[in-house]
Design a protein around this ligand. Structure first.
Ligand SMILES: Cc1cc2nc3c(=O)[nH]c(=O)nc-3n(C[C@H](O)[C@H](O)[C@H](O)COP(=O)(O)OP(=O)(O)OC[C@H]3O[C@@H](n4cnc5c(N)ncnc54)[C@H](O)[C@@H]3O)c2cc1C
Length: 292
């Protein structure tokens, strides 16, 4: 299928790109890796008058350590995130998650800015954003806004980016010292979007959970942080009773839909299984960090 007609510009600076977007009066679209936008154009789900290609803009592809966390430019490709030693050292959960994103050819083109703006409910990077309390910087000719991850992901395929804004950076704050992590996903085939996935960050003191974050995807309109499930584990040991309570809270909180790939009931069951596995693995890593 072919896309509808559009004008195309490839500015060399952010200011030029923002001016081009602003001049389009809401009829403009940013194109980064094109891995989600081009299929949508080809299926004629979108018909923008202008495409603003941001690939030539310098200064949007950095991965930098910042106060123990990371600042990541919007044009950083999935494969660069997957293979970055800095990401692997500070956020190994991101390295693990990236291996599940599509196929290598797509990871070579797709960008972090494109993935989170596209906001697919079963995409790995939006879930990493909510797990890691990321902040997203959106820039326009009017100035900059910094948006928390859960506010940024509004609904399926809808993020809080205004028509004249470009996502320029994602910031990941430092994790608590000694944190254990885990990422668990089930997809029908390698490279497919997930049926469901779960990710966990936690710390352990005196064999009790002292900091807990649980995020899931594929089981609601957006990736979710599960506050009630986190509260059920906080201060508890990693035993059957507390894991059962967490899993019950997880299944209560999600609203999975039935589609061609799986029923909603199956996804609700699956996400509980994945959270249980993820907590167990993260706990072991946190204990391992204490002994290191
Ligand atoms: C066959 C296939 C399988 C896939 N499987 C997975 C998967 O398993 N997991 C997964 O997470 N993803 C998957 N993807 C999606 C892939 O990761 C995309 O690369 C990603 O979602 C979009 O990134 P992009 O840079 O290509 O964005 P684009 O396609 O260029 O843009 C996507 C949207 O974001 C907007 N946009 C892009 N960058 C910016 C910016 N900086 N500021 C403002 N708006 C912006 C565009 O206007 C558009 O609306 C798959 C894609 C394909 C084709």
């Amino acid at each position: 299928m072919k896309p509808p007609r559009f004008r195309y510009v490839r500015p060399g600076t952010l200011d030029e790109a923002l001016a081009a977007l602003a001049s389009a009066n809401g009829e403009g679209k940013v194109i980064a890796g094109g891995q989600s936008l081009m299929p949508m154009l080809n299926f004629r789900l979108l018909s923008p008058a202008l495409l603003v290609d941001i690939n030539r803009i310098a200064g949007l592809d950095h991965i930098e350590e910042h106060e123990g966390g990371l600042r990541i430019g919007a044009l950083v490709r999935h494969h660069k995130l997957e293979t970055s030693p800095l990401v692997a050292r500070l956020f190994p959960v991101v390295t693990a998650a990236m291996a599940h994103v599509a196929h290598l050819a797509i990871r070579n083109r797709g960008t972090i800015g494109g993935s989170i703006t596209h906001a697919d409910p079963a995409a790995e990077l939006p879930m990493m954003m909510v797990l890691l309390d990321a902040r997203v910087t959106a820039t326009s000719a009017r100035g900059q806004r910094v948006i928390g991850a859960t506010d940024f992901l509004v609904a399926a395929l809808t993020s809080d980016v205004q028509e004249d804004e470009i996502v320029t950076e994602v910031t990941l704050p430092a994790l608590p010292a000694g944190a254990g992590w885990a990422f668990e996903e089930v997809a029908r085939r390698s490279g497919d979007f997930a049926l469901a996935a779960a990710s966990v960050i936690l710390t352990v003191e005196n064999d009790r959970a002292s900091h807990v974050r649980i995020a899931v995807m594929g089981v609601a309109d957006t990736a979710l942080r599960l506050g009630a499930a986190e509260a059920a584990l906080l201060g508890q040991a990693c035993d059957k009773a507390s894991l059962d309570a967490v899993v019950a809270a997880v299944r209560q909180a999600v609203t999975p839909e039935t589609d061609l790939h799986a029923s909603g009931d199956y996804r609700r069951h699956l996400v509980g299984v994945l959270v249980r596995r993820a907590i167990t693995a993260a706990w072991q890593r946190a204990k391992g960090n204490q002994n290191a």
